[in-house]
Design a protein around this ligand. Sequence first.
Ligand SMILES: Cc1ncc(COP(=O)(O)O)c(C=O)c1O
Length: 383
Amino acid sequence: MGPGPSSANPSVLRAMSLPVLGYLDPAYFKVLDEVILMLKEVFKTEQRAFAVAGAGSAGMEAGLQSILERGDKVIICSYGFFCERQVNMCQRLGAEVVELKSEWGKAFNPEQLADALKQHPDTKLVVSIHAETSAGTLHPVKEMSEITHRAGALFMTDVVTSLGGCDVDFDRWDLDFAYSGSQKCLAAPPGISPVALSERALEYIRKRKTLPSSWYLDLTLIADYWGPERKHHHTNPVNMVYGLREALALTLNEGLETRWLRHERVAAALRAGLSALGLQSPVDPAVRLNQLTVVTLPTGVNDIALRTQLFEQYGIEVGRGLGQFAGKVIRIGLMGESCVPANVFNLLNALERLLPTHGYEVAKGAGAAAASAQLAEQPAPIY
Ligand SMILES: Cc1ncc(COP(=O)(O)O)c(C=O)c1O
């Protein structure tokens, strides 16, 4: 129940132990074809969908360094720890970075972006994060994308925590590049970054004046391997791709809408239980994520001690606060495989037992009763 990696489905782990095939073998191309078809469904796109070998940060860096040339202006909408990573990457690329800071845990106002684009009409790219896992917030990327395109720039977004856990609509939201991670709501181990790329962005990258600085993360080269050309690039991580294929099949088998509803309903039960224990969140309810719940630690409750007790005494892993939330919150993930009512009840029970050892008294049974009442009113789809 951490912020990712979440638990992997056992059949995904089994799929990863299938025999290794050559990455240029026609038999393996059939696997790639299946993965592409399923990725298109999950990203809801008719355009390019493939996977970058590496963590979610590889997808992030592939997008930034393929689109941006040295000296290009980039606007980064910044409301969390991973937005700051995007800023860092763009600075390393020698881009001119305009960072639009907005308070963690609160809604980002798209008007702020519209104003910035008026002030910086030479902006090449706007960068954002759909689901900010450090702050536990969901952001209006559809609106931000519209505003960006009106100003003639490209728009990219991070869907590492959102893909598979809530709606991501690549084509209808007119996105240019979106990257995710295998290890969150898709319920596969970490190591591969599913991405979607618009034909407009691909064309733009092919026409840039200088070559992207990284050969390995050049999206045109990766697209040419995954595309009909099947051009040789680096050795594809075939067993990770088997795992991704299985994870995508499980996701689509459950049904995207059902999966999102499961995340919504199970998270609502968790929030009801936490609130019955008197626990608060620094996140504005209007923008809070279902996949990740940020909980403020009551005075006197030590983050490391509590997480150690949870893990050692109950086998439950939750995440720590990052950046400005470090030491002040815990982050509870309900992603993919881990997003089931049983986990919510186990955690509420464990918190009820452990919090009093930190001097924070709670009403016994209140958390589970509230979660149960919430699920009775709005049941979660069975997984
Ligand atoms: C929103 C977001 N973006 C990017 C990343 C980076 O992903 P990775 O750790 O797989 O590189 C994470 C990781 O938690 C994330 O939550």
